[in-house]
Ligand binder design. Sequence first.
Ligand SMILES: Cc1cc2nc3c(=O)[nH]c(=O)nc-3n(C[C@H](O)[C@H](O)[C@H](O)COP(=O)(O)OP(=O)(O)OC[C@H]3O[C@@H](n4cnc5c(N)ncnc54)[C@H](O)[C@@H]3O)c2cc1C
Length: 466
Amino acid sequence: MTQAEDAKIGDVVDRSDMVCIIGAGPSGLAMARALKARDIPFNHYERNEGIGGLWDIDAPGSPMYSSAHFISSKTLSGFSEFPMPDDYPDYPSHDLVLAYLRDFAARYGLDEGIQLGLGIDQIDKSDDGTWLVHRADGVSVLYRAVVCCTGAQWEPNLPPTPGSFAGTVMHSAAYRDARDFVGKRVVVVGGGNSACDIAVDVSRVAARTIISMRRGYWFIPKHIFGVPSDVFAEHGPPMPKWLEQPLMAWILQRLYGKPERLGLQRPDHKLFETHPVLNSNLYLSLQHGDIIARPGILGTDREEIEFVDGSLEQADAIIYATGYRHSAPYAQDLFGDSQHPNLYLTCFSREHHNLFGGSFTETNTGAYIQFDTTAMMIASYLDDQSRRPDVAARFDRLIKADKPDLSGGIKFDSSPRHKGYVDGHAFIRYRAKLSKQLGWGFKDAPVISGRRTSPLAAAGDGRVAR
Ligand SMILES: Cc1cc2nc3c(=O)[nH]c(=O)nc-3n(C[C@H](O)[C@H](O)[C@H](O)COP(=O)(O)OP(=O)(O)OC[C@H]3O[C@@H](n4cnc5c(N)ncnc54)[C@H](O)[C@@H]3O)c2cc1C
């Protein structure tokens, strides 16, 4: 949907019958497909020269690293109607994920509509409720709605290092591979997926590798009884969380032992209460002594690092894998909290009509199915504004007042990372209920082939994306 334009710096172009999508990563691509399927006109902007979002390791500022693989399995990670290829491994590498995203864009004819290399600097709300989008080329464009699909992992959260550490300090966002750490003494800080991956990676070449965690976490291997862990969990009999949590914890501890045996701290929360960490290599590296576990850093003195248990290590580098802030610098005043914007169903601004966040869903399932159906909800609502204004008005009231419990019975951790966090299955169930109530016509469900219907296929109204 690229339009030929002869606009100059300072011009304001009126496209107030169109929607603006910012960002061409997975969420932006899902959004473009959903709008296209409903014949809703839109413009799509991407500041980088290629599509694929953070999966493009060459994109400036991408947090991707060479050894990164999916942490959700290919079976449960594809977009609806477009599963990941059969010949992909269970957990594809970042370059396979990028190839998949680009194939997806080509398959649905999304790529030709994306204006690459054109970022958005600022968005402002006009008095008449339209959105003025200021592009990096100096042109401003009026749109009826803006969908911000600009990701949530571009602004590193880097804590200060206490004391006078004299070595290299970096965030995992800047880490690409282990080659800078050959023969070095390295401390990796964090207990999430990136921290575990990077510690394992570095330990293959470093003189000594420490992983420092402030608390204990649960680590889930990538396979359980020979199948990807998310597939194993999905295919088991449905059970309430109060039963599933201790049962899965019991299975993990019987199969892999208690984390305390390997020097890790005992988890201070129940399984699933924090974002899942999927890693089969960390335990092996700890078992081999290639990685040593330590608690949080208390202080530093030149090359010496003291941990809260009084242990000391000499180190040349600290890599902080301490996560990201969900910033949207071009619209931060509109989204408020930079740690996690408070949006209805993780995507609808409650204060600003027709402002949507497509990238802010934090959940315990693969992200793409959530992006997909989030995009379908947004597209259905925009469609209703033209075709079924009474239904759109009904949904407007829900945006303002509806506060569903999307925890799925899990008491998510109180850390900033888990603010706004939702249980993927509770989210799916609630969207399916809304879709039925509002006549949106899609059945929201994950894409396990043969097990559940896909949302697009279920639309059944001729609006299936091509
Ligand atoms: C190491 C790692 C592993 C992961 N593993 C998984 C996994 O296994 N499964 C899973 O489901 N998720 C995983 N994720 C989560 C990841 O967030 C999603 O896979 C996905 O990339 C997020 O998609 P997105 O489109 O929201 O954001 P992004 O992929 O970040 O894309 C956002 C796009 O917006 C563009 N953009 C930003 N600002 C502007 C602007 N002002 N103007 C124009 N364009 C702009 C960016 O250049 C980028 O292309 C992982 C993340 C990381 C970092």
